[in-house]
Design a protein. Structure first.
Lengths: 489, 398
């Protein structure tokens, strides 16, 4: 296996694929050094992606104490309602902006590892709420802690207004417990199914009572709705709070196993190798859940480059689109076109299908989605007309009047027609100036495809524009991106 | 950038028509005349967005209905009267006609325990046929497809008339096909580039082979469906609405020799939080006009006894209207069954109890999974317990 292929494997799995500027260096650099660089680039705090302001926070600025607050709220009901309405109205557009901003990070950020791991957590901590502000805050929590300590990440996510709202912990009160939050924290975030009892769920739900948020300051603990009685949880007894429950969950080695296996399935292969993951989980647990320890063990290992782990992971729609844009700089004529394709292909950022996140793997592929994937590069490249009728999303459209929905539908149809993009080919051609015409096809295929076999030159060339060297390069790239092989990495 | 397309030599390629007729279909090589009776077909019509069941089957003698909906009730005088107590939404003239002919059955208060009021989640539950605390990644018709298509080459037993495939048609091994119209998918998938790729591909890597398999199935299914749709294209005049076009496509396929047993189509959005009356009437009119032609078409071609049309929505709506002349998300709802082959007709069970509510919402009396079980076992002759992962009671209307 070539050195290039190993390096590209690392770049696809730890990020969103090789970037245009990296392409030439990948024959030479050793994967150990490449990994060092990846880790280095991912250090530092992420820049917060901001699309929505908390209008209430602005309104409440400077008010001290609960009594003053109550007084203010009483006297300014109309003004508060107005701000809430404005936030709700702009939320849909703001979420789109957040989507674009984050996708741009995935494409352009040198911190590829951070964005990729954040993307993993985005699915792990799946959250469907329509407040752009809450989503923005949750994303920042995730990006900040993505490569840090899992325990801290878990705590921060669990206390985010977005997650508390999504999992109904606002409704979890001493007198009428709601088990949703407690159940998902165990089933999806830490232990996985089958490693806790219904009793544990009940008791944990009691402990989480009082975990709430207000629009002003985010997380708040409401003593008056908290059940401070004695709970029996996972074989222990005490007046547990929500924080205690999370600590107990982190003390379970099963949590390390569950997270490690999920990470393995996402970054390496959908069938986790039990021997490998047992060792990884052990290390991860001993490190006190340091993500960098786990990631380093994976990406610096020899087995990561085993034949069985290469070229067989189906890219998710977001990875697929980000990967194209990393290889060729693309300016979408209409930025919403990426949103339309996210929808058609089944992965819209900030709109996971349910609490369990995107199932991934073969579930990305059905005849419709595959045919769209195979056409997408050509649609972007050739300004072909592309008309698709979107399925509406009633959760998103909720409460819109028929007129509003009609306007939105018109806009959507417009978007689908404007699917085209401008590809900035100049810098891409430069990557191939030293390559002889004879070698061009093999070279481009080696840069784009991670599978063992690739479609032969004699198959693809009849569909390639040979009128000039530049056109040859561009159309070969587009045609090779339009293959089943390009769908995997 | 332009991509030059060259005519690709088709010799030896996948494109030869005879190769594209799936193996199992060889036994059914096109015959003259119509498909023999007994070949049962199910057409599912999904009302997306949560249709208001109480303004669909109107409890015209229930004071609670009128008092909860001072401004958006349907007056008894305007509803099409079915029984002393029940009337139909004024736009649903065809349903009234079918009812009078004994070709419509209505099941009230269908839902599931612990109902979820999010559109997405509730639709997920209806699609996957899970309990509300279970998460399945496959749909009930997808699992039906798995059972039907164990060794077949084209999974065309279930089709969705749409651009995007819904969860309901995704199985473990097989996924249904979504197509807006047979010609469109055929046009895309018959491109020579994809055929050349397929022809040249050597199977040796599991994941990419799977993609090639899906691609070649799409190519052959698309061609198969397209050819079938050309055999007996429906001559009836359908309205040019989305639903009209979809039902015309479905009719043309039902009249062909295709092996499709289930068709799936959606209509919406019924999410009428605001000014409900206009929106629901508009959608019901679209449905009504298309359905009238569809039923007549099937009857003329003597297929109506073998076709079952089933409607559902992810939830009904709140009993009490809201302040914007609309209704908010609710729970249990009614389902329609339309066919010339019904055993029991009319209103199958009592109208919803408007007194005994759960936080303002109807309590479900019938689990929707029992309806699925009935369709699978008694209409499609399939193993309902395997598909639904549990044995449910079945109803006796078919």
């Amino acid at each position: 296996m070539s050195n290039r292929k190993r390096n590209q494997h690392l770049l696809w799995r730890s990020g969103f694929g090789p970037g245009m500027q990296q392409i030439q260096s990948l024959d030479q650099i050793h994967s150990v050094d490449l990994w060092k660089g990846i880790l280095q680039n991912a250090g530092g705090e992420p820049k917060k992606l901001v699309v929505a302001e908390n209008r209430l926070q602005n309104l409440f600025e400077g008010i001290e104490g609960e009594d003053a607050m109550r007084q203010f709220q009483k006297e300014n009901k109309a003004a508060i309602a107005e701000q809430v309405k404005l936030m709700r109205q702009s939320s849909r557009e703001d979420l789109k902006k957040l989507n674009h901003l984050w996708l741009d990070e995935m494409v352009h950020s040198p911190a590829q590892l951070r964005e990729k791991v954040s993307f993993f957590w985005h699915g792990h901590f799946a959250c469907r709420v329509f407040s752009a502000h809450q989503q923005q805050e949750l994303l920042h929590v995730i990006r900040t802690h993505a490569l840090g300590n899992f325990g801290e990440l878990l705590r921060a996510v669990s206390k985010s207004p977005a997650m508390l709202a999504f999992l109904n912990n606002q409704q979890n009160r001493k007198k009428s417990p709601n088990e949703n939050f407690a159940r998902e924290v165990m089933e999806l975030f830490t232990l996985g199914r089958g490693h806790y009892t219904e009793w544990d769920v009940k008791e944990a739900a009691r402990a989480f009572t009082g975990w709430s948020y207000d629009s002003r300051s985010g997380f708040v603990f409401k003593q008056q709705t908290h059940d401070d009685g004695v709970k029996k949880f996972m074989g222990r007894t005490g007046r547990f709070t929500g924080d205690d429950i999370i600590n107990i969950l982190l003390e379970q080695k099963q949590t390390a196993r569950f997270i490690t296996e999920k990470i393995f399935r996402f970054f390496v292969h959908e069938n986790a190798d039990p021997k490998i993951t047992a060792i990884l989980a052990d290390e991860f647990f001993k490190s006190g859940y340091e993500m960098k320890v786990l990631l380093h063990s994976i990406f610096s290992s020899d087995w990561f480059y085993d034949n069985r782990y290469m070229g067989n992971r189906i890219k998710s729609p977001v990875e697929f689109m980000a990967g194209i844009r990393r290889f060729v700089p693309i300016q979408l004529d209409n930025p919403n076109s990426s949103l339309v394709f996210q929808q058609v292909l089944g992965q819209v950022l900030f709109l996971p299908p349910n609490v369990a996140g995107w199932p991934g793997g073969k579930s990305w592929i059905d005849s419709s989605s595959l045919m769209v994937r195979l056409q997408l590069p050509r649609i972007w490249a050739s300004k072909e007309d592309f008309r698709l009728q979107m399925k509406g999303d009633d959760d998103v459209d909720m409460g819109r009047s028929p007129e509003e929905m009609q306007a939105a539908r018109r806009a959507k149809n417009f978007i689908t027609r404007a699917g085209a993009a401008d590809w900035n080919w100049e810098p891409v051609w430069k990557n191939y100036v030293d390559v002889s015409r004879e070698r061009l096809y093999e070279e481009i295929a080696a840069h784009l495809l991670q599978t063992k076999s690739a479609p032969g030159r004699q198959v693809v060339e009849p569909f390639v524009d040979k009128s000039s060297r530049e056109h040859y390069i561009s159309s070969t790239i587009v045609q090779l991106m339009s293959t089943p092989e390009y769908q995997v990495c | 950038m332009l991509i030059k397309r060259r005519t690709f030599l088709q010799t030896g390629s996948l494109a030869t028509a005879s190769l594209l007729v799936p193996k199992f279909m060889k036994a059914f090589e096109p015959q003259q005349g119509f498909v023999p009776p007994g070949n049962k077909t199910l057409v599912v019509i999904q009302f997306s967005g949560g249709n208001d069941g109480l303004n669909t089957v109107v409890p015209i003698t229930n004071d609670l209905y009128f008092s909860n909906r001072p401004r958006i009730h349907i007056p008894a005088t305007q509803a099409h009267k079915l029984t002393t107590d029940a009337g139909l939404h004024p736009a649903l003239t065809i349903a009234k006609e079918l009812y009078d002919n004994g070709e419509l059955a209505i099941m009230n208060s269908v839902g599931y325990p612990n109902p979820d009021r999010s559109h997405f989640r509730s639709m997920d539950i209806w699609h996957s046929a899970s309990e509300s605390n279970e998460y399945f990644t496959t749909g009930w018709l997808g699992r039906y497809l798995d059972e039907q298509c164990k060794n077949c080459t084209t999974p065309t037993q279930a089709l969705e008339v749409d651009d995007v495939l819904s969860l309901v048609l995704k199985g473990e091994q097989n996924k249904g096909l979504a197509l807006r119209d047979p010609k469109g998918l055929y046009g895309v998938s018959s491109g020579n580039y994809f055929k050349s790729l397929h022809h040249a591909h050597v199977h040796e890597e599991e994941t990419v082979d799977y993609l090639y398999k899906t691609m070649s199935e799409t190519i052959s299914s698309a061609e198969y469906i397209y050819r079938q749709s050309q055999l007996h294209p429906s001559a009836a005049q359908y309205p040019s609405t989305k639903t009209g076009k979809s039902l015309k496509t479905i009719a043309s396929l039902i009249l062909s020799d295709i092996n499709t047993r289930v068709y799936y189509v959606s209509l919406g959005s019924f999410d009428t939080h605001v000014n409900q009356e206009n929106q629901q009437t508009k959608l019901f009119t679209e449905l009504n006009d298309a359905l009238s032609v569809f039923v007549k078409d099937l009857k003329q071609n003597r297929r109506f006894n073998d076709v079952m049309i089933m409607t559902f929505s992810e939830f009904g709506r709140r009993v009490k209207q809201n302040a914007s002349n609309g209704t908010d998300h609710g729970t249990a709802n009614n389902m329609f069954f339309i066919s010339g082959g019904l055993k029991k007709k009319g209103i199958l069970n009592p109208l919803p109890d408007l007194q005994d509510l759960n936080a303002g919402d109807l309590k479900h009396q019938v689990d929707f999974k029992t309806v699925y079980a009935t369709m699978l076992r008694k209409w499609l002759n399939a193993d309902d317990a395997a598909i639904l992962k549990k044995k449910f009671q079945v109803h006796d209307f078919i």
